[in-house]
Structure formats: C-alpha cells, structure tokens
Ligand binder design. Structure first.
Ligand code: NAD
Length: 248
C-alpha cells in the first residue's frame, strides 16, 4: 500500500519545480525531485516535516540514465509513480545570427529532449500504476517570437507539440500528458531581467492584463490541477497561466 500519490519532479531544486514539490508534499504525497545542481536538490533529502516523505537526486535530465534512476527511486522508495512534472529548463539570449549553435543545442536538449526522455522513462511506471499524469512546462514564449530569444521560444513551441503527441500515444494506457504555459513569473530564471533590465521588467508587467508578474505558487496550483485526477478528462491541453496575456 502506498501512502498518497507519488510525484516525480525535475528541476525541483528551484522555482516552479520546487514550489510544486512543496505543495505536493504538504497536500498529496511523496516526491522524488531531480536537479542537475547538487546543492539545490539536497533540501529534499532532509526531514522536512511536510506531511509526506521526499527524496532528492542529482542528475542531468538530458541523459536517459538520470530519468530512469529517478523513476526507479520513486518505485523502490515510495512504491510507485502517479504524477510527473518536467520543470527542468534553461533559457538563452542572443539573436538568430549571433547565438552560438552549441548554446541552442543545449537549450533544445534541456527543454525538449529531456521532456521526451522524462516521458519515456516514466511511461512504464505510470502503466504499472494503471495510468497517471505528466505535466510539462511550456511558456507564453512558445506562441510568439521575442527579440533575441529565438532558441528558448523555439524550444517552448516544441514542448507543446511534444506533449500533444505523447498524449495521443499514451491515452490508451490511461496516461494523460498536459502543458502549463506560464507568463513571466518571479524565479531564478527571470531574476536577471528584474535586476539588470528594469525597463524590460516593467514593460512585461504592463503588457499583462493583470498588470503584474506571477508568483510561483500560482503556477504550482495549476500544475497540481493537471497532475491530479481532478483533471481526469483533460489530455493534450496547453493551459495558459499568464496574467491574461494570451487573451489580448
Ligand atoms: P529555475 O531556473 O528557477 O529552475 C529550473 C531548475 O532546473 C534549476 O534548479 C536547474 O538547476 C534545473 N535544471 C536545469 N537544467 C537541468 C538539467 N539538465 N537536469 C536537471 N535539472 C536541470 O526556472 P523556473 O523559472 O522555475 O522554470 C521552470 C520551467 O518553467 C522551465 O521549463 C521554464 O522554461 C518554464 N517557465 C518559466 C517561466 C518564468 O517566468 N519563470 C515562464 C514560463 C515558463
């Protein structure tokens, strides 16, 4: 008998992945978190007193072995896997002529390839649980071009269609695959904009109907909806959580 619903979270060392892991531990069940930064993921190996147990794994999710090790850890330590949140991501700035193609390749590897590897590693375990839910992180940057941000924008468009395609392939197994597309949210990823480009930070704020940046818990709540059976008839969907920017 497993206790609660077991979630695997990549990028759990920071930002949206970490906020989701905290929410899940408080309300729903155990968490296995993965992050490439050893010092960021250690928090999940402490006794957090949050209602459910956790385990942190330092691994690079662009490698199949890292994803497979995380799935194994969830099954061995917590008895199975019910939900997978693929939040590991990076960004890169540089225009279409200037950006080093090695940087582009890394953005695509972390934001897209790792998504595919995460789904592939988790699918057998989710089948063993009679289904489950996978949530990927796209972005409002996935539906528009942005100045000097083409690598990231390209990767986030690909994430949405990766999820739709996986949703179609895996529906027969009872595995749902969905996407959250956040607008700008205060995290480590976006801190440089706030700290070094105040004009851009404020222009982004003003571009949103709600006239403010998002907070991490607002994205975590939306991820949890897609990760839980509450959304049992939703698959292949891209849910904007963006202060209304896609409405205008
Ligand atoms: P963040 O930088 O705070 O956290 C991302 C985490 O992923 C970091 O801890 C990092 O170490 C980890 N990571 C990076 N590469 C990895 C790898 N190869 N293997 C394992 N872990 C790796 O970023 P965030 O803002 O929380 O972003 C989470 C996701 O949400 C990303 O996919 C991002 O593109 C997306 N997103 C963020 C925003 C925003 O405004 N913050 C908006 C839209 C989409």
């Amino acid at each position: 008998m497993r206790e609660g619903r077991v979630a695997l979270v990549t990028g759990a060392g920071s930002g949206l992945g970490k906020a989701f892991a905290e929410l899940w531990l408080d309300r729903h069940g155990p968490v296995v978190g993965v992050d490439v930064a050893a010092e960021r993921i250690e928090w999940l190996n402490r006794d957090l007193g949050r209602g459910h147990p956790s385990a942190g794994l330092c691994a690079d999710v662009t490698e199949a072995a890292g994803n497979e090790a995380a799935v194994r850890l969830a099954e061995e330590r917590f008895g199975g896997l019910d939900a997978v949140v693929l939040s590991a991501g990076i960004t890169a700035w540089g225009d279409i002529e200037q950006l080093d193609m090695a940087v582009y390749d890394r953005v695509m590897d972390v934001n897209v390839r790792a998504g595919a590897l995460g789904i592939r590693a988790a699918a057998p375990a989710l089948r063993r649980s009679d289904g489950g839910s996978v949530v990927l992180l796209s972005s409002t940057s996935g539906t528009a071009g942005e100045p000097e941000h083409w690598a990231y924008c390209t990767s986030k468009a690909a994430v949405a269609n990766l999820a739709r395609s996986a949703a179609v392939d895996l529906a027969v197994a009872g595995i749902r695959v969905n996407v959250i597309a956040p607008g700008p949210v205060h995290t480590e990823l976006t801190r440089p904009i706030k700290e070094t480009q105040p004009d851009k930070y404020d222009a982004l704020r003003r571009s949103l109907p709600l006239q403010r940046w998002g907070e991490q818990h607002e994205i975590a709540e939306a991820i949890a909806f897609l990760a839980l059976p509450a959304s049992s008839f939703v698959t292949g969907a891209v849910l904007p959580v963006d202060g209304g920017v896609t409405a205008i």
